[in-house]
Design a protein around this ligand. Structure first.
Ligand code: BEZ
Length: 253
């Protein structure tokens, strides 16, 4: 994970497990083989890293959050996790595959050439890059409502995430010497844990950068107003359902 968010690994595991549960089929797309070396970029608390390791592959998980890496090491002491940033990461030995789920949107768009350079550099000649992250329009209802509410109260905020389209990202991948074998942008409406509190929990977990200049009292008022704006669209009476859109790709060197 990257960005200016303050990560809480327990909260992440207890209430936001959809991140790795819904990531399951990205591991199927990776199709890891026994003996392969795989780099898991933005491994978080390590659940998908462990899933990849179950196939018999040798996996290294990297994450910029020290807290996440500590939690991953505690949960999976036999696996290798490093606190590292993919933009500057170097490998002692090449990898057969680079994998990433729900992490790359935390890296600003301007830095994705550094990301793709690393991915190309650490792979073997015929290595593959399998990734899923937020694509264009991801959580747009939520961010539009939040930014409108912040704006109405005089706060100017930049959108902290990078959600490209296929048309924008494919040429960037190809410019780094990859052949793009598969890419897909699709909706994945995602139920949020916590019933009535699901949306504010989600913003509490992931939305720190929006609230950087807001005090706790006003934060509560903003969250309530954002819930009011979004209830007709995203609350089904029991559960908040976030408007996730995924960009998935497989590229080969
Ligand atoms: C996502 O997985 O799409 C996501 C998660 C947290 C913040 C923004 C996007």
């Amino acid at each position: 994970m990257a960005g200016g968010n303050d990560w809480n690994p327990d909260d992440y595991d207890d209430h936001h497990e959809f991140v790795h549960e819904h990531g399951q089929s990205v591991v199927d797309l990776l199709d890891p083989q026994p003996g392969e070396r795989v780099l898991d970029v933005g491994c978080g608390t390590g659940h998908l890293t462990a899933e990849i390791a179950d196939s018999g592959a040798e996996v290294v998980g990297i994450d910029t959050s020290a807290e996440m890496v500590t939690q991953a090491r505690d949960a999976y002491p036999n696996l290798t996790f490093e606190e590292a940033d993919v933009r500057t990461y170097t490998a002692d030995r090449p990898f057969d595959a680079v994998f990433s789920n729900a992490a790359l949107h935390w890296i600003p768009g301007g830095d994705h050439d550094a990301v793709l350079s690393t991915v190309a550099d650490v792979l073997t000649d015929d290595g593959r890059f399998v990734a899923e992250f937020g694509g264009t329009g991801n959580v747009a209802a939520i961010t539009d409502a939040l930014i409108a509410e912040l704006d109405a109260r005089g706060y100017a905020v930049d959108h902290p995430w990078y959600f490209p389209s296929i048309g924008e990202y494919a040429p960037r991948v190809e410019a780094h010497g990859f052949e793009l074998r598969f890419s897909r942008l699709f909706d994945r409406p995602t139920p949020l844990d916590g019933g009535e509190d699901g949306l504010r929990n989600w913003l509490g977990m992931f939305g720190d950068e929006f609230f950087a200049d807001v005090d706790d009292e006003e934060r509560g008022a903003i969250l309530a107003a954002v819930e009011d704006r979004l209830r007709p669209e995203l609350f089904d009476g029991d559960t908040w359902v976030a408007d996730y859109r995924r960009l998935r790709l497989v590229a080969v060197r």
